[in-house]
Design a protein around this ligand. Structure first.
Ligand code: ATP
Length: 193
């Protein structure tokens, strides 16, 4: 999958519609402190389904909506769209929109979809909001300073096996429930004998 364009409207500091075109080759974004470089990477993670407001430097998810300045009123919604080429398939356009008080809605190529569908569309291309390829500010320092257990979690995420822990927890819970049922069954059988 190759990302070709990111379009932002009302997302953080990008109050007016803005297009970022990513042409073949290296794309660099330069600008003074606070001009919105990190907001662009956050917009990409957000449209791919990021659910943690904290990791987008906000207290709540609505904090991604343009909050207003001395000269411009706040907006009621934010929208980000990402357009990507998929080898051997049609172009993929994913849109995420958030409205104050109404939460997020997603579209894939014009169709309303669930957040889960967006996650799967990017997971199929081995990317997504938590892809280790997206390196936020301070992340390198965090890796260097991480405790061994935290570093192991990062490596497991990079290796794509983080999901196995969730499944293992589920399996252990089912095992415990089954053991409890077997004990209860033994008691019932014992009562009847
Ligand atoms: P640096 O080079 O210092 O890392 P940067 O170019 O990465 O800066 P960002 O951190 O992306 O800049 O942008 C920060 C700017 O975005 C700040 O000016 C902040 O006020 C603005 N901003 C963040 N959220 C919102 C919002 N919801 N509404 C309006 N502006 C916002």
């Amino acid at each position: 999958m190759q990302i070709k364009r990111l379009r932002l409207t009302g997302f953080k500091s990008f109050v007016d519609p803005a297009d970022l075109r990513i042409e073949p080759g290296l794309t660099g974004i330069v600008g003074p402190n606070g001009c919105g470089k990190s907001n662009l990477l956050e917009a990409l993670r957000w449209v791919m389904g990021e659910t943690s407001a904290k990791s987008l430097r906000g207290a709540g998810m609505e904090d991604v909506i343009f909050a207003g300045t001395a000269t411009r009123p706040a907006r009621d919604f934010a929208e980000v769209s990402v357009l990507a080429d998929q080898p051997g398939d049609e172009e993929l356009e994913v849109v995420r929109r958030i409205e104050r008080g109404a939460g997020s809605a997603y579209r894939i190529n014009g169709r309303d979809v669930r957040a889960k569908d967006v996650g799967l569309a990017f997971a199929d291309a081995a990317t997504g909001a938590h892809s280790p390829a997206l390196v936020s500010q301070g992340r390198i320092g965090a890796i260097i300073a991480a405790k061994p257990a935290e570093r192991r979690a990062m490596l497991e995420e990079a290796a794509g096996i983080a999901g196995l822990h969730v499944r293992r927890k589920d399996a252990e819970q089912k095992l415990r429930a089954t053991e409890a049922n077997l004990t209860r069954l033994d008691e019932v059988i014992g009562d009847q004998e």
